[in-house]
Design a protein around this ligand. Structure first.
Ligand code: HEC
Ligand code: HEC
Length: 225
């Protein structure tokens, strides 16, 4: 009797796990399939090039959405489209499970190439650190509070207090992402060149942001752990 019950519950759990949305990827198969991604996205999904996004610790739901978007052409990037074209649904599931299980690396404080600094005598140079700290404070305020008068929504509402995102909703985690990539992503949303999200939420938000705000919030997010 006990055996029958066990078999029954196993059968139930298998049947509910069918279909790509509910299926679990296989992490070790994903690691093998991700071998071709290492050259750009780095070991364990921690890329060294700041315009190539880190994939480590990203929600599998979001990773799958983006790979599907590159494959069906709703998100355009010459490098990624060709690669996604060669992936099956199962490959995406496994690769996404692998990257979701990796740990994202922390970033160094960004260095500004501050023109004013060049004119200062050596002992007065701060490496632009004061300016960075004030940009980060500005970014922090925007992240938490948005700007109601200009209808810029607070990022915290969807991306969470620690930049952890939201897995069921497929809102991406942002913490410790490269600032340069975040700046590029927000600029692409702003111009509309990235518009694969059905409700286009990020376009509505980014188009109201100034370049300075984009930089400030990107620096803030890149320092979140
Ligand atoms: C030749 C370099 C290159 C290779 C190889 C590569 N990628 Fe990418 N990938 C990129 C670039 C560049 C972007 C950012 C595109 C953009 O700016 O919109 C990206 C973006 C992505 C994103 C979106 C991340 C996000 O935060 O939105 C995913 C997911 C991704 N790649 C997965 C993969 C996988 C899986 C592989 C291997 C099967 C792979 N990539 C191989 C260059 C590469
Ligand atoms: C209403 C919910 C919502 C709010 C508020 C929101 N976002 Fe997003 N964000 C999203 C969704 C959904 C995506 C994924 C879009 C897609 O699938 O292309 C996203 C994607 C992003 C990405 C791209 C991540 C990547 O890895 O490519 C960045 C960067 C980002 N958001 C920054 C912000 C910032 C900064 C703010 C605040 C100024 C903000 N978001 C506010 C929902 C939101």
């Amino acid at each position: 009797m006990k055996k029958k019950l066990l078999a029954f519950s196993l059968a139930l759990s298998f049947s509910s796990a069918s279909g790509i949305l509910h299926a679990e990827g296989n992490i070790s198969a994903g690691k093998e399939k991700a071998a071709s991604c290492v050259s750009c996205h780095g070991d364990n999904g921690n890329s060294m090039v700041s315009t190539f996004p880190k994939l480590a610790q990203q929600h599998s739901s979001y990773l799958i959405n983006q790979l599907q978007a590159f494959k069906n052409g709703t998100r355009n990037n010459p490098m990624m489209s060709a690669i996604a074209m060669g992936l099956t649904d199962k490959d995406m599931l496994d690769i996404a499970a692998y990257y979701a299980a990796q740990k994202i690396s922390a970033n160094e404080l960004p260095v500004l190439d501050d023109e004013d600094e060049d004119d200062k005598p050596a002992e007065k140079k701060s490496g632009g650190e004061d300016k960075i700290q004030s940009l980060i404070a500005q970014g922090s305020d925007l992240y938490r509070n948005g700007d109601l008068t200009r209808e810029v929504s607070a990022c915290i509402a969807c991306h969470g207090p620690f930049g952890e995102g939201n897995k069921p909703a497929a809102f991406p985690a942002l913490r410790s992402q490269h600032a340069d990539y975040i700046i590029k992503a927000l600029t692409d949303f702003k111009s509309g060149s990235r518009s694969n999200n059905p409700e286009n939420m990020m376009h509505m938000i980014a188009k109201k942001m100034t370049d300075e705000e984009i930089k400030a919030v990107a620096y803030r997010i890149s320092m979140m752990k």
